[in-house]
Design a protein around this ligand. Structure first.
Ligand code: TYD
Length: 393
């Protein structure tokens, strides 16, 4: 790789490393810097955090915690179910939010966070409690044979070594099989100024251009792209072995690549300009929160997301500006946010009449949250977001 740095987000902790007070002393930090690889056009971190530090038995993020994501995977699984007994593998099955839409005899899962692997094994789905590697692909092939579909959602962009990842996929895929994966879209990040998509777990933010370059050198190619609204704008990529092309699909790949060239995602200068907007966003957010605080308003944050770990640590926002964070995930409640140590409590307790402003850590669920919290909005409560510019919602 020939990587040129364009963004320094400073000292950052493990984004999902929610912790208790007595764990603060041994908290891990790293320098979060991002670069552009001239060779493949990949946006990638200048150094990667060792995966076991992030993905282990204490992993807190649960895909099933939002209705949007439950419905998303239910709908997608149903669109495939009419096909006869496809043999599927999911890489990064988390708490089973995708696999539970399938019969246990047609799907195998891989999940290195053992708390979740245990959960889905107990649900009856064979789950390998391991990281995705060529060795694991070989082991699965010996026990279960090749797969028709290999699926991964919000997982491939978590893996530092993409060449090995794709080689292992290629080896386990049937000749006419499809590799389908979803990850946050670089085009959306640039359009939304959502620099909080960058944190330890997202060593890369994918453009279609970069992905196709890396897939192709590993025997795969993109045959179709779907633009999704989840996670603030994602792409669902369909890849097949080199040479396979499904009629009528390929146009979406060309269209996305053309759009990305118009946005300049294949040029370093685009990202230098992005950095300027990130710096402006930081200044604006700190100003607006300080203003609310100075007016004596109660400001909290809604959703203890990995994304907000980047924001709070980069902007140095702590309990000086945000009183606490509410989050529905039981594993996060009672703990402190990584790095800035803002307390996290259940919305049942914390999202009450005393709140004036809530910064939307989970801005990607703004629709679901606004519907759910309509009483808050009706009584004059306001959400604050930084996407695409800092503003009240
Ligand atoms: P998400 O945006 O998927 O997070 P990440 O940046 O970590 O990928 O996570 C949303 C978080 O917000 C999750 O911890 C659950 C929480 N949440 C609420 O507390 N209330 C809600 O209504 C919703 C939709 C999410």
């Amino acid at each position: 790789m020939n990587c040129k740095e364009f963004l320094d987000l400073g000292k950052q902790p493990i984004a999902n490393g929610f912790l208790y007070k007595d764990e603060i002393k041994k908290e891990f930090f790293f320098n979060l810097k991002v670069g552009f690889d001239e060779e493949t056009k990949l946006i990638t971190q200048m150094g990667y955090v060792d995966p076991p530090l992030m993905f282990n038995k204490n992993y807190a993020y649960r895909g099933s915690m939002s209705k949007t994501m439950r419905d998303h995977f239910y709908g997608f699984s149903n669109s495939f179910k009419l096909k006869n007994k496809l043999q599927i593998l999911e890489i990064g099955s988390n708490d089973g939010v995708f696999i539970k839409n399938w019969q246990p005899d047609q799907i195998i899962a891989v999940e290195p966070c053992s708390n979740f692997a245990k959960m889905t094994n107990e649900m009856g789905y064979k789950t390998y409690d391991e990281f995705w590697t060529m060795e694991l692909a070989d082991k699965i092939q010996k026990s279960h044979g090749k797969r028709d579909i290999i699926f991964a959602a919000n997982c491939i962009c978590h893996i530092p070594d993409l060449d090995n990842t794709f080689k292992a996929v290629e080896s386990l895929l049937r000749d006419n099989g499809i590799f389908i994966f979803e990850d946050p879209s670089l085009a959306s990040m640039i359009n939304n100024n959502s620099y909080d998509q960058i944190y330890d777990e997202h060593p890369h933010i994918f453009s279609i251009i970069a992905l196709d370059n890396i897939l192709q050198r590993n025997g795969l190619q993109i045959v179709k792209v779907e633009n999704l609204s989840v996670h603030g704008g994602s792409n669902r990529i369909y890849a097949q072995k080199l040479g396979n092309k499904i009629a009528g699909w390929y146009e979406s790949v060309e269209r996305n690549k053309t759009y990305e060239r118009i946005l300049g995602l294949d040029k370093f200068e685009t990202f230098e300009r992005f950095t300027k907007r990130v710096e402006q966003s930081k200044e604006d957010l700190v100003r607006i929160l300080t203003q609310c605080k100075n007016e004596g308003k109660k400001v909290i944050s809604y959703g203890a997301t990995s994304k907000s770990t980047t924001i709070f640590n980069y902007c140095k926002i702590g309990t000086n500006l945000i009183e606490y964070i509410t989050d529905t995930t039981p594993e996060k409640q009672g703990k402190l946010s990584p790095g800035m140590h803002i307390p996290i409590i259940s919305p049942k307790i914390g999202f009450n009449n005393s709140v004036d402003y809530a910064y939307l850590g989970a801005w990607n669920f703004v629709k679901e949250i606004s519907e759910k919290e309509n009483k808050y909005l009706d009584r004059g409560g306001k959400f604050i977001t930084h996407v695409p510019i800092v503003k009240f919602v």
